[in-house]
Ligand binder design. Structure first.
Ligand SMILES: Cc1cc2nc3c(=O)[nH]c(=O)nc-3n(C[C@H](O)[C@H](O)[C@H](O)COP(=O)(O)OP(=O)(O)OC[C@H]3O[C@@H](n4cnc5c(N)ncnc54)[C@H](O)[C@@H]3O)c2cc1C
Length: 509
């Protein structure tokens, strides 16, 4: 059939994905003759977890024109400078994956190459090299519980990092709902019972609620969560199951009272059959245990989770099940799957909300104003496939590069096969510390470096070009940078103090 112009978008689902999509589309398509309606069911509810983000969320909020202080008050948000990994590598190890760089290139050669040489020389008793984290402002600030926004001056050390938020995703969805409704998005409450399709090509034409009400549309965004009401249950797009690489299939989640000032770091601590998250918000701490059900029972996972909480649990643990992987086609016919309906990667690097954001911006770039064309779908699916695969490889690295010998789960992870794309990257790094650059994809050099070095994947050598620089000169620059990082951290306010000043944190909105 000839494609027909998009005049009505129907978003199925009102979780984080549904309301982020509604707000993003409403902000960008304003002024065009395109109506947006979102259907959600209070009876079904939302997944109700998802609190840690990556810095790109700030671009999304800025595109919507949200006021940061208002957003922080309404979502009980805290600032986030990175993720602290405890007990990955060997038990007792700790490192931070920062939202920022390790130093600056010296003579055009990446900073870490100079550090690798300094480390090699130090091993021979020639000079010193501090742990690489000492050269990263966001790491040292995060560990010291300090926070200030990045400096706008690109020459300043204070400009070498970014930040994200830790927030209550349920409150965020409510916030975006108010934003969307104020911009004309119509919200309909009800449970979808049936989906109608065009007989000739299977395009979705409408959904009918249990009440009998029918909602018709030209483009459907499936934000219905794991069930994939349109993309899977109706169109049967299929699913690439990635559990051979990422076998964790369950999570137990529980909020607890805060007993100390909120840190500007999310924490991921490895445990016998997976890992535990700790996400400090203004009004509570979010906690969870992501685990593999072949190695631990739900009861035992809940017991471990409760035992390790900082403060008193605010509820009973909630259990979630998932299958790691990706929908084979995330845009099929006139249905685009965004959020959990498009696939799932465990929250080790806080990437799900980021993937929602990438999906929205990619959809907007390829928006099918004149109707859904195959070329747009193919490009959308190519971009999203890459995003998923690259995050997958980065997550697998955390499991693969472990030296824990205290549990069957970790021994098996070390021995398990890894994707070829990851094996190539590790081989390149081991040779002389080169981080293979991706043209597309989220995680860049500092991210890979932090995990490699934090989990003892150490290169055999370093870039020979470093030898062109006098070791004494590069040692002096390293020492100066370390001192400058320490001085800057000292001058920064406590995270809690800054938070209160911006978001009036102690006064609930
Ligand atoms: C254990 C765990 C931890 C996570 N932690 C993080 C994190 O730290 N950071 C991060 O970025 N992400 C995290 N995520 C992911 C994050 O929670 C999700 O990406 C996000 O909440 C989006 O969910 P969703 O909107 O796709 O689905 P849901 O929240 O499940 O919403 C689905 C919506 O569809 C509606 N619906 C479904 N069926 C029907 C029907 N028949 N009729 C009408 N409405 C219907 C429901 O009512 C609901 O409104 C985590 C996920 C899990 C499982």
């Amino acid at each position: 059939m000839t494609p027909s112009p998009i005049r009505k978008i129907v978003i199925v689902g009102g979780g984080t994905a549904g309301w982020m999509t509604a707000a993003g589309l409403a902000a960008v398509l304003k002024g065009l003759p395109v109506a947006i309606e979102l259907v959600e069911s209070a009876e079904i509810g939302t997944v109700g977890v998802g609190e840690a983000t990556v810095p790109h969320i700030r671009d999304y909020n800025a595109r919507l024109g949200l006021d940061e202080a208002d957003f922080m008050r309404k979502t009980q948000a805290t600032y986030k400078l990175g993720i602290e990994f405890r007990d990955w590598g060997r038990k007792g190890d700790a490192y931070v994956h920062p939202f920022g760089a390790f130093g600056q290139p010296i003579a055009g050669i990446p900073f870490h190459q100079h550090w690798l040489r300094a480390r090699a020389l130090a091993k021979k008793g020639l000079g010193e090299a501090a742990p690489i984290q000492a050269y990263s402002l966001p790491i040292m600030a995060g560990l010291a519980g300090k926070f200030a926004p990045p400096s706008p001056d690109p020459r300043s050390l204070g400009s070498t990092f970014s930040y994200a938020y830790q927030f209550d995703a349920g409150l965020y969805a409510l916030y975006l709902r108010a934003y969307s409704e104020a911009r004309g998005v119509v919200r309909t409450e009800g449970k979808i019972a049936t989906v109608a399709q065009r007989p000739d090509d299977g395009f979705v034409t409408g959904v009918t609620l249990e009440s009998g009400q029918t909602i018709e549309g030209d483009l459907f965004v499936d934000c219905s969560g794991f069930r994939g009401l349109l993309i899977e249950q109706t169109l049967q797009a299929g699913y690439d199951d990635w559990t051979q690489w990422l076998p964790c299939d369950r999570a137990a989640a529980v909020p607890c009272d805060s007993v100390e000032p909120a840190t500007p770091l999310t924490r991921a601590t490895s445990d016998a059959a997976g890992w535990r998250w700790r996400i400090p918000l203004q009004h509570r701490v979010g906690n969870g245990y992501v685990y593999c059900s072949s190695y631990i029972s739900d009861d035992e996972a809940a017991r471990v989770l409760l035992e390790k909480l900082d403060g008193e649990a605010q509820a009973d643990p909630r259990f979630l099940r998932f299958v790691t992987g990706r929908r084979k086609q995330q845009w099929l016919k006139n249905v685009v799957a965004i959020g959990l309906s498009s696939g799932f990667l465990e929250p080790l690097e806080s990437t799900s909300i980021h993937l929602i954001q990438v999906a929205i911006s990619t959809l907007l770039e390829l928006f099918p104003h004149q109707g859904c064309e195959q070329a747009d779908q193919d490009e959308y699916n190519r971009v999203m496939d890459l995003e998923f695969e690259r995050i997958r490889d980065f997550l697998v690295l955390h499991y693969h590069a472990n030296q824990r010998e205290d549990s069957a789960f970790w021994n098996d992870r070390r021995a398990a096969p890894i994707p070829d794309s990851l094996a190539q990257k590790i081989a390149l790094f081991r040779e002389r510390g080169v981080v293979a650059a991706y043209k597309d994809g989220f995680f860049k050099e500092p991210s890979w470096l932090s995990v490699y070095l934090g989990q003892n994947v150490l290169p055999d050598g370093f870039d020979p070009l470093v030898e062109a620089i006098d070791p004494a000169q590069s040692a002096r620059l390293l020492a100066e940078l370390q001192a400058a990082v320490a001085r800057t951290v000292q001058s920064m306010p406590e995270h809690e103090t800054f938070l209160r000043s911006v978001a009036d944190a102690r006064t609930p909105a």
